[in-house]
Design a protein around this ligand. Structure first.
Ligand code: FES
Length: 160
């Protein structure tokens, strides 16, 4: 691959984001291709949001939430899993491929696992190659910034 992929890690605030933070504090290495966006809960992530990431040329998306039974909004992560299954079907139908999207569950204490799944996702996307919808890197990174505004708005809405 001549260009590094761009992968979004859509993390819930309570577990996955905390685990990513822990990975950072422990100075664990994971690929810089993975850009973390924080959500109050994975249950706030709509199929359209994920599809718009691919539309912007992002190469892969990982959704990371609390362990099943551990969601702070009770069933948000279960709802997210159903939505991501639907999104995967759509990605197959439109030729982008379901392999570019994956959902993971982890606890806030799993910093090393966060680094591991981020690396796993990076390796998978490298194997698949850049997205068929890939644009110039600067455009893709602007897309990430737009996606980040939406996640920040979701977090702000939750803390009002
Ligand atoms: Fe973590 Fe719902 S709060 S997935």
């Amino acid at each position: 691959m001549d260009q590094e992929p761009v992968i979004l890690a859509l993390c819930c605030h309570y577990c996955a984001y905390a685990a990513a933070d822990m990975a950072g504090s422990m100075r664990l290495q994971y690929p810089s291709s993975v850009r973390i966006l924080r959500f109050p809960c994975t249950g706030k992530i709509e199929v359209n949001y994920v599809l718009s990431a691919f539309e912007r040329g992002i190469d892969g998306v990982m959704v990371a939430g609390c362990l099943e039974g551990g969601c702070h909004y009770l069933e948000g992560n279960l709802r997210a899993r159903r939505r991501m299954e639907r999104a995967k079907q759509l990605l197959d139908e439109i030729g982008i491929g379901s392999g570019r999207l994956e959902m993971f569950n982890l606890s806030s204490a799993e910093g090393p696992r966060f680094a591991e799944i981020a690396t796993q996702m990076h390796n998978r996307i490298v194997k698949l190659g850049l997205s068929p919808l890939r644009r110039a890197r600067s455009e893709v990174l602007s897309g990430v910034a737009v996606m980040a505004q939406a996640s920040a708005a979701a977090i702000a809405g939750e803390t009002k």
